[in-house]
Structures are given as structure tokens and as C-alpha cells.
Design a protein around this ligand. Sequence first.
Ligand code: CP
Length: 318
Amino acid sequence: MENRSLVTIAQHSKEKILYMLEMAKEFEAHPNRRLLEGKVVATLFFEPSTRTRLSFETAANRLGARVIGFTDPKATSSSKGETLKDTIKMVSSYADIIVMRHYLEGAALYASESTQVPIVNAGDGANQHPSQTMLDLYSIYKTQGTLENLNIYLVGDLKYGRTVHSLLMAMRHFNPTFHFVAPEELKMPEEYKLYCRQQGIKYVEHTDFTEDTIVDADILYMTRVQRERFTDLMEYERVKNVYILKADMLGKTRPNMKILHPLPRVNEIAYDVDECPQAYYFQQAQNGLYAREAILCDVLGITLDDVKKDSERYNTSL
Ligand code: CP
């Protein structure tokens, strides 16, 4: 039987990404449906989360599914030594989809190889966050009207930030120019720069972050310095406030420029930016609901045609 897990964004072709965005658009028009009636979605969060877990759970609820899961692995038998493989096998006998966040890179792939129930990777260590990428792409598409030929500035913790790693891979289909803005300690890892070179993705590296650095940006993607991934907390203290975006840095930006951030923010976007027309990060998080409704349907084999047919019921009943 085909395993429809979403482990990495790299598994998606350009056509599949555009198809998923079209599905997200259908859900934005009508978020409340019965497409997952009778299904159970398990959310297994071995690491903290606000947006990813709650938007997946909202998506499941809005589609008529029921939700089980945990947010604190210490309250589960993994704290007694149960292996991830055994946990996944057990939950597979209860649920139709498993949404999992784990601190180990590769955990989602491992889980997907341990079960026939689709696994949705909700973040595995510093590796991948493909559902975040789907909502990022949806947000970019909504604000720019295209995914093609954009200047995308990735700012902050490019070493440990899984959202930037996933986004970079997804954008390979759309001829972007990336600007990597990071201090020496948090530079984009060599493996991702190699990926860019192999895929023909243009990139420029910066260490300065000023009003002039970002004049050509279409998308300014800010990230948090990932405290939880540092082994040396002194190093975290040295870099934690390295870049702070303030409203007075936005005077020269392109008119279409939008600021994204996967959130949570700590200090890297000053509160005065929230009132600027370029700020889009809270709408971005809201887009997560629609993107995740699309993902939950897709991993169960519910197609865009099924969703469109379902939409007709709502459109004709208006
Ligand atoms: N963007 C994101 O993954 O947020 P959470 O950690 O709150 O889920």
C-alpha cells in the first residue's frame, strides 16, 4: 500500500506544490467541512509548539475529524523508555493520521518507515518543517501573486532554523534569488549552499543587516535564534539579539515587500513593525490553517477534485 506521508518538502514536485496551494485556497473559502468525518488525527509533540499543533488540531476539527495526542512526552511511556518505533506502531492502531514533531533529525522519516499510517512531519530537529513551508508558499503566493523570480531574504538563524531549510528546497522550482543574512556563527550550512549550487539556485551571503541590505527584497523572512539547539549557551547569549528589525528600517523597501516569520518571535522583530503595512506574519500563521487542512486531506488521498466538488455544495447553498 502506498504511504502518503509528508516527510520532507523535497518530495513535492512543482505541480504538486501548486496543486496543494490551490487546495489551500479552497479551504480558505470554506474552512468548515465534513471531509474527515469518522477519522482520528493523532498529534504527537515531543517538542513545544503553539501554531503547528493548534492549527493542525483546528484543521482536523474543522474537517470533522477527532483529535488525540500529547504535548508533553514526559507524560507518556517514552519517558519509561518506550522506543519511537513502538510508540508509532501503537498510535497507528488508534489513528488515521499521525502528525509528529520530534527533536531528532530524521525522526519523521524513521516513523514513516515504521507504519502504513501517514506521518506528517511537524518539524524534526533542525532538518525540515514541510507543513510550515506549505503555509509560507501560500503566504508568498497570496502577497506576491506568484512564486516565480522573487528576491527572498532569509535573516537570522540559518544554521538551526528548519523553516528556512525547507523553504529553500521548495523554492528550487521557482527561480528565486536568496539572500542569506546571518552572523558567522549562524550561517546557512554548507550542505544547503551545495544544494543551491546543484539546483542552480542563486544566493548571496550577508553579515550586515541594515535598511540598505533589504532594499531589493520581495520577501523578508525573519527567524528566531533557536536557543534550544545550542550546546553552548554562552554562544547563544552572544548572538541572540544580533539582528532586530525595526520600523525605521522599512523606509526604502519595495512596495510589494512583505515580512514573514514562522513565529514565535523573541526579539528579532520590534513591536513597532507590527503596525507597518509590510508586516504579514500573523496572517501567515492564519494561512497555516488552510495549508494544513489541505495536507490532512492529501495524506488520506482526498483529491483537489474531491475538495472542489465539496466546495460546490457550499457555493450553491449561499
Ligand atoms: N512556526 C512554528 O513551528 O511555530 P510553533 O513552534 O509554535 O509550532
